[in-house]
Design a protein around this ligand. Sequence first.
Ligand SMILES: O=P(O)(O)OC[C@H]1O[C@](O)(CO)[C@@H](O)[C@@H]1O
Length: 477
Amino acid sequence: MVRYQDFDWREQMKIKVDFNHMMSDFLGSREGFSPEDMQGLADRVGQAHGSMAEKKNNGGMDWRRLPFTPGHILEEILKVAQNLRKEFETFVLLGIGGSALGPLAVQTALNHLHYNELPREKRGGPKIYILDNVDPERVRALLDVIDPATTVFNVVSKSGSTSETMAQFMIVQQWLQEKVGNQYARHIIATTDRERGNLIKIAQKEGYTTFYVPSGVGGRYSELSPVGLLPAAVAGIDIKEMLAGAAYMDQLCEEGNVWANPAYLLAVLQYLAMGRGKNISVMMPYANSLKYFADWYAQLWAESLGKRFNLRGEEVFMGQTPVKALGATDQHSQVQLYTEGPFDKVVGFLAVEEYRQEVAIPKTFEEIPGIAFLGGHTLGELIKAEQMATEYALLKAQRLNYTILLPEVNAFTVGQLIQLLEIQTAFLGELLNINAFDQPGVEEGKNATYALLGRPGYEEKRMELESRPAKKKEFII
Ligand SMILES: O=P(O)(O)OC[C@H]1O[C@](O)(CO)[C@@H](O)[C@@H]1O
């Protein structure tokens, strides 16, 4: 069913998944998988597909509706973003985890790699900073270089209670009050849950412009909600095109047949790999623009799939450790381990067919054959050759690897990539029969922080912490 205009163009911009090097045809049957291995999962795949469809229709996966965000919400985001682009010189996002990694990944993918250093007229909008930590040196350094009079802060927290984000917000709110007086509320925009948490209460009381994260959308699945759309629009990114890409991929991934559904296919292969003890998932983009997609994916993969559960009375510890790498940089750091280390990984490349910029390597030093061969090629040719060469090296060492190929990095393909990886993760969660949408393991650390800093209601936790075994001096040298 064709739902979008300009289908040919979109077809050309379709992301492709090359899984040749996951298959026994290439890696042999000890490492690779056969169509029969995949067929053996047919029942499980059918159940998981049914469950995906059920959740999609009945509110258990509201993030799948984000590509189809109603026009009036988009128009509101675009209107506010347009004003911010005119009024402010600096936009600072305060957030952590899913409230920061998506905006960082998209901003890096779709804007100039040195965006903040471009002159204002070339940027067309404010400088963008994403403050996703509470390292005091980092926070102080940022406050040192921005002008409060021309800065707007977007405080993003789905729960409205995350310590890091709320601490940043409290610092910034007071800083603004001191610097710009009673105009400070103009400099703060909140993105949060419509009902839950402290941020919404403060935002309503103080009259901040506020955007809402739909209640059924968790942090790591929220990039296509106002969490990611507002900062992207402020940075001049075409958010409608990004959503169109996500919608296009969503449509492709409605298919129950694994061989026609790229997200299901990747999930099934990872499932089989996990069954053979591959407990590390590497994401290695061969593009600086996609570098932070590896960070975004790391949270998505780790929080969604790292789960403990009870299976017929036995505790099971599930998950695959995500590892971030960057091609070609990490060829000279990690690839040695990938080719000769333990057989415990699946390496996923993000490759780009057409880089948006090209740089020719001049034909110089012709008297030195060891480097002269580079002359006349382009950097695009070099980096693509390196990606292919690394694929080949892994193949030769019989290591599982696959490639997600983007025809180009643009808003449409980035939207596809987000939806592809989210559906893959959710579907793998269904195959593993785990809840890919909670993160109970993060709560212990969060609660211990509350207890240590004296949050009311956490007195018992504090006592528990104080009675932990004291560290031994002899074990610290
Ligand atoms: O948007 P919030 O609610 O501040 O949460 C930030 C992040 O904290 C977590 O809850 C735990 O790390 C993530 O799942 C989430 O993305």
